[in-house]
Design a protein around this ligand. Sequence first.
Ligand code: ATP
Ligand code: MG
Ligand code: MG
Length: 398
Amino acid sequence: GYRKGGYHAARPGDRFAGGRFVAQRKLGWGNFSTVWLAYDTLESRFVALKIQKSARDYAHAARHEIELLSAAAKADPTNSKCVVRLLDHFKHTGPNGQHVCLVTEFLGDSLLRLIRYNRNKGIGLSRVKEICRSVLVGLDYLHNELGIIHTDLKPENVLLVSTINPAKDPVRSGFTPILDRLVGNQYGGAVISFSEKMLKMRARRAVAKISQRRVSLGGVAAEVDKERNLDGISLKCKIVDFGNACWADQQLAGEIQTRQYRAPEVIIGSGYSYSADMWSFACMAFELATGELLFAPKCCQGCSEDEDHLAQMMETLGKMPRKMATSGTRSKDYFDRYGDLKRIKRLKFWPVDRILVERFDFTEPDAKGFTDFLQPILDFTPENRPSAMQCLKHPWLN
Ligand code: ATP
Ligand code: MG
Ligand code: MG
């Protein structure tokens, strides 16, 4: 990564854009960039600084991301549409080349970390609803007002809104959660949006618990786990990572989305639109509620990941309509002319509401309410899926 054409190696204290932004510490990284917490000396605020790899393709991708995020910022003067705010951009020259840099508002942990933080048990339906509302506001804005398909919606690309001032944070990190420090980072992360008071309180309690119970690591983990409630966390969130997003009328890639969140029309190659984001949204909502992926396809003997994925979809959602199954450029690879899978014959039907009750111990009414919301979004036929706006009006959210 850190070579010609690759990442820029930044260090705390490094200055960017003629000295305006001062790097504080690394917040995260992706395939394209490293992201730093930085202090904006002109506006006296903390920002996130995304430093793109320098090779031409990466620079091109960053300029594309800037184009889309600029449009998103321009049409939302009050910054209330649940899309990360682009504040500035510039080029930075370092030993590995010239890096396009994006300055965005500083946000908190991703939903992926929230899910892991809660030890893969789901985060509770009222929180799921709150997050769904934010994400749907963002999607409605992208789809209806801007004409943008995100194409990579997943828990990693939705960040909680931070309520912490990194300068005043008691652990002086603002981001690395205190519980992780204390228990040796077993949980892979926590949430930033605790109030300061809450963080201090939790730190004290965690220390007390740990010293009470130094018997075994398992004991500590179990004790700390009990402390794990999410009260006091702001669950407003924003959609980030527009590196793969596109204008609906200027689609480039045939294959979009991260595997587990990929819509059926993308797999069979029958064209996609905004409704592909809705599919990913539903997969993500299920994961927030249960802590587990809705679909986790694998290569199996004699069948590809794609085929296993289609089989899993049909086991959960019923048979794909023949018209849909045979409509894609790749349909013939997977389906016979009756719309049955060629290589996977025996499917065990296990519908969403039964999974929720039998595997995740949902009550019947909870399972029914959630399934009423989710099932229509998981329609195999993209045109039948409700829009983000329609989902926002669903009784389950209101
Ligand atoms: P990918 O390989 O997923 O395309 P990328 O290089 O395009 O990654 P992003 O996904 O935009 O980079 O950001 C990488 C990580 O940096 C995020 O997952 C998140 O942890 C962190 N991050 C990004 N933007 C912010 C922000 N505004 N505030 C706080 N953290 C952020
Ligand atoms: Mg990302
Ligand atoms: Mg990206």
